[in-house]
Design a protein around this ligand. Structure first.
Ligand code: V47
Length: 392
């Protein structure tokens, strides 16, 4: 049953009044979970109608060596030489990219995330970017989280601005949202004590925005944090976005809630979030982050099925084809190792939405026509490779 408090919040949303911390908490605790989803959907449809975005992207992780010991991470190895530790040379990284990329349908985005490796020279990252730009000039380079940029500044003795300027000169175009985890210090201290603080994470995005760069942000939820920490996280991002929008240069484009995966890391005794929590978190994010244009239902972390339902709970983007992701693979994700454009188009259409292929900056690459639902629900006859309509 919808609470009286929910009715108040609904009225605020419909009147365009910004929600506050108490509202955010009430939404996380709202018993009528479907009413919450419907309200987030109203906001989503007001902004985007049925349009639902995806891109063709590849992931590259060139080193998993990372001095930081985050409790939630199944990917990192503390030191070079430990079992499973690997670091590619720039030539090996380019070879790995060639293996992931189908030259007949090259991606529009290369998304790079790495461990914090103390033994590599700064020139490694510059060469990586310039080689990617030389070989795949049309693929947008969305590389290195704010935590990595902060680490480069400390480790190589530069300011954050100097690091960004040098990397931009080498080919960097935008920053991914990773590394945000939970910004509140009480949680951050317990889950990732030895990397950039919440304030330092935000400072890197502030600087990137001031240089005209677009960035994303994330939130790792479903571990030891409370709803209050999630709301606090959203409010900190919203405040920075206000500043950046007012400055009129770069800003956050998308917010991406990341469901915690407990396998193989320091918090494996925890169960991880449920599907309802995934959907509730999307819906609250859509309602609280009124100055973020896009909300991603990241199918790698939530599974394609939950991401698809997320399109009715506020999300307008499903990320992309994501060839070659290894962070969630290390945490034994239950999602496939990449989706084809056909898979994404089907997933979006069956949710009653219009698929739009975008580039990293949300420029339209291709808009797919809306399909009649009847024609969409098809089963594949594996022996004959033909589609058979269920509704005959
Ligand atoms: O920063 C690590 C998270 C992030 C686990 O910007 C984990 O478009 C769950 O940031 N369980 C990397 N999460 C991925 C990321 C991302 C993903 C998709 C799109 C974009 C974007 C960014 O993955 C890390 C960390 O927060 N992570 N380990 C885990 N066991």
């Amino acid at each position: 049953m919808r609470s009286a408090r929910f009715a108040e919040i609904e009225a605020k949303v419909r009147a365009g009044v910004r929600l506050d911390e108490d509202d955010g908490l009430a939404l996380f605790e709202e018993p009528d979970f479907l009413a919450l989803g419907a309200l987030a959907n109203e906001v989503r449809e007001k902004r985007h109608g049925d349009r639902t975005y995806f891109n063709r992207n590849v992931r590259l992780e060139t080193t998993n060596v990372c001095y930081a010991s985050c409790n939630f991470c199944s990917f990192a190895k503390l030191e070079e030489g430990m079992p499973g530790a690997h670091t590619m040379t720039v030539a090996q990284a380019m070879e790995a990219l060639r293996r992931k990329i189908d030259p007949s349908a090259p991606p529009t985005e290369i998304h790079v995330v790495n461990g914090l490796h103390k033994g590599l020279p700064f020139s490694y990252y510059e060469e990586l970017l310039s080689e990617m730009r030389r070989e795949y000039p049309a693929a947008h380079r969305k590389c290195f989280t704010a935590v990595e940029i902060h680490f480069f500044a400390q480790h190589y003795g530069m300011t954050v601005r100097e690091v960004l300027e040098k990397l931009i000169a080498a080919g960097l175009e935008s920053l991914p949202g990773g590394g945000a985890e939970i910004l509140h210090e009480d949680v951050r201290r317990r889950i990732s004590n030895d990397k950039a603080t919440g304030e330092e994470y935000l400072a890197v995005h502030r600087e990137a925005h001031a240089l005209g760069m677009m960035t994303n942000s994330t939130m790792l939820y479903g571990h030891i944090e409370t709803f209050a920490h999630r709301v606090d996280h959203m409010l900190r991002l919203r405040a920075l976005q206000d500043e950046s929008v007012a400055r009129g240069k770069g800003r956050f484009q998308a917010f991406i809630p990341l469901a915690f995966h407990p396998d193989g890391n320091g918090m494996e005794q925890l169960p991880g979030p449920t599907g309802v929590d995934d959907l509730r978190t999307l819906a609250v994010s859509r309602l609280m982050l009124d100055n973020f244009e896009h909300l991603k239902a990241y199918w790698v972390s939530s599974t394609p099925k939950v991401a698809q339902i997320g399109l009715a709970f506020g999300a307008d983007d499903v990320d992309g084809t994501i060839v070659g992701e290894t962070i969630y693979t290390a945490a034994k994700k239950k999602a496939p190792d990449g989706l084809s454009v056909d898979d994404l188009v089907r997933l979006i259409r069956e949710a009653g939405r219009i698929p739009v292929e975008r580039d990293t900056l949300y420029r339209v690459v291709r808009e797919f026509p809306r399909a009649a639902l009847e024609g969409q629900f098809k089963v594949r006859d594996r022996r004959q490779g033909k589609h058979l309509s269920v509704v005959s």
